[in-house]
Structure formats: C-alpha cells, structure tokens
Design a protein around this ligand. Sequence first.
Ligand SMILES: C[S@@+](CC[C@H](N)C(=O)[O-])C[C@H]1O[C@@H](n2cnc3c(N)ncnc32)[C@H](O)[C@@H]1O
Length: 273
Amino acid sequence: MTSNDGRPPRLPREVAGTAIWLASGDNTVRMSGGADFESLADYYRRLGLAEDAWHVGPEHPSLEQLALRILAESDGARILEVGVQSGGFSVPVILEVFRRKGFAYTGIDNLAYTNAVPLRLIEVYLRQSGVAGPLRFLEGDSTSLLRAEGPSSYDFILLDHYKPKYPIDLYVICARELLSERGTIVLHDVLAHAAPQWRICQQICRAFGYVWTIDEDVFQGAAIIRRGGRRRTPAIARSLIGLGVAARWNLHAAIGHARRAAGRALRSIGLRP
Ligand SMILES: C[S@@+](CC[C@H](N)C(=O)[O-])C[C@H]1O[C@@H](n2cnc3c(N)ncnc32)[C@H](O)[C@@H]1O
C-alpha cells in the first residue's frame, strides 16, 4: 500500500503501538451486527494481508452498538463514515441495516494509516455476504468529499479519522447542513486522543445550534451531536470560528509538512536512518 504521493505511508504516532487484535478464548469475537469477526479476519488472511495491514480497534463493538441504537430510533438510514480503515465499523453496521428502506452507505478513507485496507476489499466482502444496497467506498480526503455534498445528505455521520481534522470536517458538515433534520453525528475518541479537538468542536456545535451528549461506555468516549432547536450564533461569529478552525488545521498541516521535510533532509545526509 502506498500513500497518496506514491511513497509507503508511515503509521501515525497515535496509532503506532495501539494495535489491538480482538481475541477471546476461542479466538472469535462476535461483531455487533451478528457478523463474525473471525470471518472478516479470515477473509483478510485469505487475501494474503499481513496481520498489521488491517486493524479493528478496541472501540469495537461498543461504537457500532451505539450507532445501531441511534439508527434504530432514526427514520433514515443514509450513513457516512469518515475514516473506514478496515471495516471494523462499516461491516457490522451495514450487515445489520442494509435491508432497511432508504439505506445507503458512503465511506471515505485517504489510506493515511498503514492498517487501512484498499476499500474495494471491504465492498467485495460485503457483496459476498449478500449486501445488495447502495455502497460508496471512496479513497480520498474527507474534507474534499464533505465540501462536495449537499444539504440533508445523511442521517448518520461518524467522524472516526485523523483527529486534528475533526474540527474542520465538523465545521463543513454543519455549515453545509449535510445532516438531515433528525440526523446524528458521532465523533469518536473525544475523551482521549481527540479531547483537545473536542473542545473546539463544542464551540462549532454551539455556533450552529447543535447539542451534544457524551457516551462514556464507548472506549475513549463518543460524542453524540444533534440539532437541538438552539439558536445559531450570528453569521459573523460562525465565520470567525470557521476562520479559527481553518487556521489551526493549516498550522498543523504546515508543521507536519516541515517535520517530514526535515526528516527527509536528515536522512539524505545520513543523520537519520
Ligand atoms: C481511527 S481510523 C478509523 C476506524 C474505523 N472507522 C473503524 O471503525 O475501524 C482512522 C482512519 O481515517 C483515515 N484518515 C485519516 N485522515 C483522513 C482524511 N483526511 N480523510 C479521509 N480519511 C482519513 C485513516 O487512514 C484511518 O484509516
């Protein structure tokens, strides 16, 4: 697997060393949708994927159980997952809800993590498992997709991707009103790695009149965000928050770029392996 610029991707520090392979006594863990985790693992092994080329994190199955509870109470089933990785969320959720009227799934991943699989592999697995509904697996950057989507496109949105991008993607979702009237956004990891970003996300929610609760039963915490009938702050205040969010992201991206450039320079003169 390669990164977008053709070089082998490096594992981000926040996931390095945290790979947890789901295992129980008989080495089988049931995924919440009734799918057998071991059957997905077998599928990847049969394809010849090394154990570290895919990953189902410790937030499973509590994250998809939360999503399934929310979807069960929802009148729509158009799902967007930002950060698909290897199907730890998408596979059990889709297997559970694909028969529902109005079901549609869109998942996007830029394959920045080395344990994100080529997304067509997940689609093939689901098709072989009998899923007939509309599935859209996209490889690319989340923000570009969100900026191209129209109002009320989704009933459920999971932001489960590279944490510094949370605020900018949440801002785009709110500003473009991508969520249906009774829809829900879930942000994962708001109590752990993403806690600093979650504080800015709260400002965004407030500015756009959304309300939130935190589900602490999900490993690392999940924020559940809905329209709450609150007034939006004036447009100028929302724009200022948007500018701040964009500036933070640009700074983060510039620092990352500079670090990578410095690493390359040090390697080129033999000061770093
Ligand atoms: C925490 S994992 C997602 C876990 C997955 N939802 C699951 O349930 O197993 C984060 C994923 O987001 C992807 N990612 C990071 N930055 C992204 C971006 N800007 N656009 C799209 N995907 C991104 C990474 O490649 C990685 O696979």
